[in-house]
Design a protein around this ligand. Structure first.
Ligand SMILES: Nc1ncnc2c1ncn2[C@@H]1O[C@H](COP(=O)(O)OP(=O)(O)O)[C@@H](O)[C@H]1O
Ligand code: SF4
Ligand SMILES: [Mg+2]
Length: 332
């Protein structure tokens, strides 16, 4: 049984209606941020969720942790239907499911000393006495490289750099020894020189705790460093999912290929006839997504069927699935 199973998950945000909309009794419209996605995550596995800004990655992470209520669909964690839990049951489960946010400047309470911020989750879940919580906070500070720990324990967030704050955020997420963490672009707002060491830190915790992770990133090169599998999102849908190296060396969806081609540092395995693709245009609006395949207005391979029929996810290799009428890779 997978640790996490997400089944046909949807999250629609209602759009504010203008006065004119209301006067004309126009129907309420919705931003279809996440529009029917399914995936699983095994114990100890890291799945990278990749895609351009606005494709629904953050919303997916928040709905999976039920920081947002889903519009439809199910999330099973360790066999428990998370979408059906009461607030109290959810509160208890939170210890096992944590989140690391993108913005280290917004994720820590500015008025709380670092030590208190770390102890807080242990104390509210009743997992430790004050003394134990303090010892654990100091141990974690040491563990994430904020030394001397005693000194950082007494500091406020504003006395820390962005990279240091993100280390605190990681320590805080790890202090309850979770089984699963959503890391939402944890290095995208951090100085480039610090990124590798933060990713290393996440890898260490993963090994130590047998942690499963949904790692959200717009950067496929970062995803490659940390993930076992990649899921590529486009306008609220997963368009391709598979083992990292397989997807990067042998992408089946034209959009995945375009994402890879856009990153010069990614050296793909040499192939006889290397496919190339450049995708122009803007990401369309998730209020009125294009008909059929949502990628068709930007896709150089589009044919008539692409604008008429939505492609289903189909298998193109071991553990490798794509949703495209004309995949670049056929089942072998
Ligand atoms: N609270 C919200 N209310 C309305 N629209 C939202 C809200 N949160 C996100 N969206 C919209 O949902 C879409 C997906 O956003 P998001 O999940 O943040 O994407 P990503 O993390 O991939 O950049 C975007 O069009 C965004 O504007
Ligand atoms: S279904 Fe058609 S439009 Fe969509 S990605 Fe495949 S070829 Fe392109
Ligand atoms: Mg985001």
């Amino acid at each position: 049984m997978p640790l996490l199973e997400v089944r046909d998950l949807k999250k629609y945000f209602p759009v504010e209606r203008s006065l004119l909309d209301r006067l004309l009794s126009r129907e309420r419209r919705y931003v279809k941020a996440v529009d029917g996605i399914s995936f699983t995550l095994d114990k100890g596995e890291v799945l990278a969720l990749i895609g351009e800004s606005g494709c629904g990655k953050t919303t997916t992470g928040r709905v999976v942790l039920r920081l947002l209520e889903p519009t439809a669909g199910k999330v099973y964690f360790d066999g428990i239907d998370v979408t059906g839990l009461s607030d109290e049951e959810m509160r208890r489960l939170r210890r096992r499911m944590q989140m690391i946010f993108q913005d280290p400047y917004a994720s820590l309470n500015p008025k709380m000393r670092i030590g208190r911020a770390l102890e807080h989750p242990l104390l509210i879940h009743g997992l430790a006495t004050k003394k134990e919580a303090r010892e654990e906070a100091l141990r974690l500070l040491e563990r994430v490289g904020l030394t001397p720990a005693e000194e950082f324990y007494h500091r406020y967030p504003h006395q820390l750099s962005g990279g240091q704050r993100q280390r605190v955020a990681i320590a805080r997420a790890m202090i309850t020894r979770p089984d699963f963490v959503v890391a939402d672009e944890p290095v995208s707002m951090i100085d480039v020189s610090m990124r590798a060491s933060i990713l290393d830190l996440l890898q260490d915790f993963r090994r130590e705790y047998g942690l499963s992770m949904l790692f959200i990133t717009h950067d496929i090169a970062v995803g490659r460093v940390i993930a076992d599998r990649i899921a590529v999102m486009y306008l609220g849908k997963i368009v391709e999912v598979g083992p990292v190296e397989e997807v990067i060396n042998n992408p089946a969806h034209p959009y995945t290929l375009a994402l890879i081609e856009a990153v010069p540092s990614i050296k793909r395995r040499r192939r006889k006839e290397k496919k190339r693709i450049v995708v122009g245009g803007e990401v369309p609006n998730p209020i009125n997504p294009p008909s059929g395949c949502r990628f068709h207005p930007r896709c150089p391979y589009a044919t008539k069927i692409c604008s008429q029929e939505e492609p289903r996810l189909r298998r193109v290799g071991p553990n490798h699935y794509v949703s495209c009428h004309h995949p670049l890779k056929q089942e072998s």
